[in-house]
Ligand binder design. Structure first.
Ligand SMILES: C[S@@+](CC[C@H](N)C(=O)[O-])C[C@H]1O[C@@H](n2cnc3c(N)ncnc32)[C@H](O)[C@@H]1O
Length: 162
């Protein structure tokens, strides 16, 4: 089996160590430029120089998959930056649909009950630790993770929407 290498650091610098035309495929989930949860790293889109480096290291004819927010203002800039860096943007995007901006943060049935002002019956308890409760006590984005254990109620859904 081939050796797997994990390089940890700023892609703007680390990509420089990679040879021209040596990468088969590139998959990335970069900052979207939407100030997600007010994170500093998400205030702007990646520098065009990063995309130029990605283009340089990829083998001719190979693909890059870049995740982006569907928000028009940042999506069109992302597409423009990629095109300006040399990428052929004539391929159809792969799209996925989801109910909220960040589904991990909310439970739709709880939102419906809350809006209707109904109490949910507590039917059990659960202990969660680490990333499962990152949004409550931690810091999304990989910088710090709160590893403490907390107890949460398990509730039944109260509202039947027929
Ligand atoms: C959209 S998030 C990726 C989230 C990840 N896919 C997940 O599900 O947890 C973008 C990530 O890129 C990192 N980042 C921002 N600028 C970077 C850079 N120049 N080099 C490497 N990573 C960077 C941020 O710290 C952040 O964790």
């Amino acid at each position: 089996m081939n050796e797997q290498i994990l390089i940890n650091g700023d892609s703007k610098n680390k990509l420089k160590d990679i040879q021209d035309g040596s990468v088969d495929y590139l998959l990335t989930d970069p900052p979207y430029g939407i100030s997600f949860m007010n994170k500093g790293w998400d205030k702007v889109l990646p520098d065009v120089e990063v995309w130029k480096e990605c283009f340089r290291v990829l083998k001719p004819g190979s693909f890059i998959s870049v995740m982006s927010s569907p928000r028009s203002d940042v999506l069109y800039r992302m597409i423009k930056d990629l095109e300006d860096s040399g990428f052929d943007m004539s391929f159809s995007p792969i799209l996925w649909t989801y109910h909220t901006g960040f589904p991990k943060a909310s439970d739709t049935s709880k939102m419906i009950d809350k809006r209707l002002g109904v109490d949910r019956e507590v039917i059990g308890k659960v202990e969660l630790k680490g990333t499962a409760q990152t949004l409550k006590g931690g810091n999304y984005g990989g910088e710090t993770y709160d590893n403490k254990t907390s107890e949460y109620n398990i509730t039944s859904s109260n509202t039947y929407i027929g």
